[in-house]
Design a protein around this ligand. Structure first.
Ligand SMILES: [Zn+2]
Length: 135
């Protein structure tokens, strides 16, 4: 059961709000402070919420689109994207986006790896599984 922490501007407390499902939590609008009923809540990124948000962020990665850019010869765009992903995820998830970016920058074809598409997506899904079992 997802629990999100919020800072409440109404009562200045840090409160926890429970949601029945992750989907409910991400849809949640008009969430009220359980202490004072105020709707002025700001989500606090706690350890739990961080894991969630990382996993949500991974969901939103459009790998096909980015690899499509690479195939289309737009290596600059790809390396920029990969570098950004590396800064965000390499440490946390053990991915090697930074390495891919360096290869693209050096004019090497990152796709010369056996199957970069498979490697990247399988690594992302493994990372997701790991995150979802940390609850
Ligand atoms: Zn409150």
């Amino acid at each position: 059961m997802p629990i999100y922490q919020y800072d409440c501007a109404g009562c200045q407390k840090q409160v926890e709000v429970f949601f029945r499902t992750v989907a409910k939590a991400s849809e949640a609008t008009g969430t009220k402070c359980p202490e004072c009923g105020s709707k002025k809540l700001t989500r606090v990124v706690s350890r739990i919420a961080r894991g969630r948000s990382t996993s949500e962020a991974i969901d939103s990665i459009d790998l096909q689109q980015e690899l499509g850019r690479l195939e289309g010869g737009d290596e600059k765009a790809f390396s920029k994207w990969a570098r950004r992903m590396g800064e965000q995820y390499d440490g946390e998830l053990g991915t090697d986006f930074s390495d891919l970016a360096s290869r693209a920058d050096a004019g090497l074809d990152p796709s010369e790896r056996a199957d970069p598409n498979f490697a990247l997506s399988s690594r992302l899904s493994r990372a997701k599984e790991r995150l979802s079992t940390e609850d």
